[in-house]
Design a protein around this ligand. Structure first.
Ligand SMILES: Nc1ncnc2c1ncn2[C@@H]1O[C@H](COP(=O)(O)OP(=O)(O)OP(=O)(O)O)[C@@H](O)[C@H]1O
Length: 332
């Protein structure tokens, strides 16, 4: 078994030199290199098919019940391939944890599904329609959330996502106001409506941000690290809240995270990104030493202890980094 020393805070230099040298056997799993690769895609479960099989069988992975489907999709940022020839299908109503080290491509994937980053190749559908920008059935909580300052109240902050204006002033109308009230109620945040956002805790702000994503009653929610900055108890509470909402509304949720543990028992599936590839399946299918070693192309150990899961790279260091979790210990 491999030791679990915490990751070096400055792993980027180590990753860069390993990558430049072309060595793969000892590349720390946490590097998550953008990888032009051979196009091999490892996807399991969920009616997902390796790209080659899909092509051979003529399967298109499209059906009305599929919420998100990707066929042979390659995504790049800044001219570098981040995800290569990914094919997968996620049924409506699935609660999916999107995992991967820094730079693995979680945000890139979300941006692509939002129509913000066109695919280099391949096709993407949401609700059987080609992905396009401004899809109202897709709710999105971005990773970098600037603190809204001043005396903005919780209600105003949620309402600001409605984009209503009249005579240069915010104008939401009766339906808009009702939508804001309903969204606040959905996340149990009515008590935050009249409080200044600047005076709210991180967890309370997260509830308001979640309320914003619900305004258009989306069928798909993309949540980019919604657990960042939360303490472990708040993390679990947040995941449970989102899970309950998703089940009640039959929403598909993709939630990126650096720690799988707050999601355990609630996720239907894990989408694990590494080295330009994706592995989709249940926790028991994906979070295994064999599956992750194959995905990373380097030895990775999955350790289960005390009801928690730890993914440890060879030579120590967690394959996934903790996020704002000082002293949590190395875990996936
Ligand atoms: N605007 C950009 N221009 C060029 N490259 C980018 C840009 N944004 C991201 N990248 C690169 O694309 C790769 C994937 O980044 P992405 O943000 O999707 O990763 P991530 O899995 O969300 O990482 P993290 O967990 O750190 O948020 C990284 O190598 C990153 O440096």
């Amino acid at each position: 078994m491999m030791s679990g020393r915490p990751l070096s805070p400055d792993i980027s230099a180590e990753c860069a030199s390993e990558h430049a040298s072309g060595q793969s056997a000892h590349v720390p799993a946490s590097c998550g290199f953008p990888h032009a690769g051979s196009g091999s895609v490892q996807v399991s479960g969920l009616a997902s098919t390796p790209a080659s099989e899909a092509a051979a069988s003529g399967a298109t992975a499209r059906s009305a019940s599929q919420s998100i489907s990707l066929q042979d999709v390659t995504l790049a940022r800044g001219g570098r391939v981040v995800l290569s020839q990914i094919s997968l299908a996620i049924p409506q109503g699935s609660f999916v944890g999107v995992l991967g080290a820094n730079g693995a491509g979680k945000t890139t994937l979300f941006h692509a599904l939002l129509g913000l980053e066109p695919a280099v190749q391949g096709s993407m559908q949401i609700n059987a329609q080609p992905v396009r920008r401004g899809h109202r059935s897709v709710g999105y909580m971005p990773q970098m959330r600037k603190l809204i300052g001043g005396q903005f109240t919780g209600w105003s902050m949620v309402a600001s996502a409605l984009h209503g204006q009249r005579w240069g002033l915010p104008w939401y109308g009766r339906a808009g106001r009702a939508a804001v009230d309903a969204a606040l109620a959905a996340v149990d945040a009515q008590d935050l409506a009249q409080r200044p956002v600047a005076a709210l805790s991180g967890g309370e702000r997260q509830r308001l941000l979640l309320a914003q994503t619900l305004l258009d009653d989306p069928s798909v929610l993309l949540l980019d690290e919604p657990l960042a900055s939360l303490d472990p108890a708040r993390m679990r509470e947040t995941v449970e809240r989102i899970h309950t909402l998703a089940r009640a509304r039959n929403m598909t949720v993709l939630m990126s995270a650096h720690d799988i543990n707050p999601l355990l028992g609630l996720m239907d599936h894990v989408l694990y990104l590494a080295r330009g590839k994706a592995l989709l399946g249940t926790v028991d299918e994906v979070i295994t030493t064999k599956a992750l070693t194959a995905l990373y192309g380097a030895p990775v150990d999955v350790v289960r202890a005390g009801g928690r899961v730890f993914v440890v790279a060879e030579g120590g260091g967690s394959a996934l980094q903790e996020h704002d979790c000082g002293g949590c210990g190395a875990h996936a």
